[in-house]
Design a protein around this ligand. Structure first.
Ligand code: GAP
Length: 448
């Protein structure tokens, strides 16, 4: 059986946390700079073998909570490309802008509202007049690059839900209150993308539009604030790093009659993870007026037609993944040696189980592969045979694998393996026949 270990104090510091997490993401295959071999493409990122697992977990856990476990919310996967009419009606063509200024000294471009009147590059306080810069990516659909072929990459997934309101209503026979949920890529030509994957030009959103009778809007707004806030806590964001902040009237978007943000304590301070907005009947009315379709609900019992109001929880999947990584990053000591670990909730971790034959000798391989084959249908597993068992444990700790299963020479005799816990480093011997149940039991305990 491998040597037992025991962790000492936690010694992680927040000051250089960002640098450490960015370094770990690259070194261990979570997130790479896009087009790196060509010098990198600013503000775009590629998700590596571990990052793609984790991002998928973030999105699946959102889907489970918002769609799978409910009978009042259905899913949608709408197109990324859409015609200008959609964005004219939604208000994005006219108002989805940031104030752009040029520094008169070094000629760099900035978002006026982010720089406090001083150029971050050269310190100058002289700028051009601010002009409205539309954040949507414009392209052309088809072989002609003329005005009639203009299309936009969606800057949010939300409009896909509004323009499919009637399709969903008629095909599912849902009635308010009900929601349409979507997860997918959105694109914004941000003037100052920054802070790793916090603000990028291509990112993933997880949004839900909840259609309610107008009189119930405030009650559902409060319901979704609470529901969404608890989702982050449940998945391991500590409560002293999470808060709800209600917007001042001056901050509200053009469509909103009330918004609150779920904020996380990032290394640079509190910042937004998700916005929950009471969008009133703005969107359905705007699309009804522009398209000529009646976007209403007919309540047969009350014999009345009305335009539902909308409550929208709008989260960023990529930004949320970054918050989970920052919150999970931990340094401690095991047996006097420093170790780095990601204390990720097992549901979020890229791998749930590391399967590790104690030695590379051929004698352990068949049993180790048999164990791997037994676990793979149920858990995302990593199979690692290289270097000492201590080094392999450290590697699994560093990427957040909650449990390691070690197959040693005794396993050939007693048909048992060692299960090691990432956080406590505690090891227990488990019969192979009961291993799946043991790991399922540990996973269930997390979800309870
Ligand atoms: N439909 C409403 C809407 O899109 P938003 O506050 O602009 O609202 C929702 O976006 C969420 O999408 C944000 O809270 C954030 O998590 C994520 N998000 C927005 N812009 C982003 C960007 N440039 N990079 C990464 N995530 C972004």
């Amino acid at each position: 059986m491998p040597e037992p270990e025991a962790p000492d104090d936690t010694v992680s510091e927040r000051s250089d946390l960002m640098e450490k997490v960015v370094g770990l993401c690259k070194r261990r295959g979570f997130i790479f700079q896009s087009a790196e071999i060509y010098g990198g493409f600013r503000s775009t990122y590629d998700y590596g073998p571990l990052g793609v697992n984790m991002l998928r977990n973030v999105k699946d856990l959102w889907w489970e909570s918002m769609v799978q476990r409910r009978d009042d919310v259905v899913g949608l996967d709408a197109a990324v490309l859409s015609p200008p009419a959609v964005w004219a009606a939604s208000g994005h063509l006219a108002t989805f802008t940031d104030p752009l200024v040029d520094c008169m000294n070094c000629h760099q471009r900035w978002r006026e509202d982010k720089i406090d009147g001083v150029c971050p590059a050269c310190g100058s306080t002289e700028f051009t007049e601010a002009r409205a810069f539309n954040l949507m990516f414009k392209t052309h659909a088809g072989p002609l690059e003329d005005e009639g072929a203009v299309a936009y990459l969606r800057p949010e997934t939300a409009q896909g839900m509004f323009i499919n309101f009637l399709n969903v209503l008629q095909s599912t026979r849902k009635k308010p209150p009900f929601g349409i949920a979507q997860v997918g890529k959105s694109f914004r030509n941000e003037i100052t993308p920054q802070n790793f994957v916090f603000r990028t030009r291509e990112f993933e959103q997880m949004e839900m539009e909840y259609f309610v009778p107008p009189a119930e809007a405030q009650r559902w707004f409060e319901y979704w604030l609470d529901h969404r806030f608890r989702w982050y806590l449940d998945l391991g964001i500590p409560d002293d790093q999470l808060r709800l902040r209600h917007h001042e009237a001056s901050e509200l978007s053009h469509y909103s009659s009330g918004t609150a943000d779920v904020e996380f304590l990032f290394p640079w301070g509190w910042d937004e993870l998700e916005g929950i907005a009471n969008r009133s009947d703005f969107d359905l009315k705007a699309h009804a007026a522009a398209s000529g379709e009646k976007l209403e609900y007919y309540d047969q019992t009350a014999n009345e037609r009305y335009v539902p109001h909308v409550i929208e929880p709008a989260a960023g999947a990529t930004r949320t993944m970054m918050a989970f990584l920052l919150a999970a990053y931990t340094e401690d000591q095991v047996g006097g040696e420093a170790r780095t670990l990601l204390k990720l909730d097992p549901r979020l971790a890229p791998y749930q189980v590391g399967v590790l034959p104690l030695s590379k000798k051929d004698t352990l391989e068949p049993l180790a592969r048999q164990v791997l084959g037994m676990l793979q249908p149920h858990f995302m597993c990593d199979y690692d045979t290289t270097q000492s068992i201590g080094k392999r444990y450290r590697r699994q700790d560093e990427v957040g694998t909650p449990w390691c299963v070690t197959i040693d020479f005794d396993s050939l005799e007693d048909d048992a393996v060692t299960v090691r816990d990432r956080d406590t480093t505690e090891q227990v011997r488990v019969p192979i026949a009961g291993l799946l149940d043991e790991l399922r039991h540990r996973m269930d305990a997390v979800q309870a």
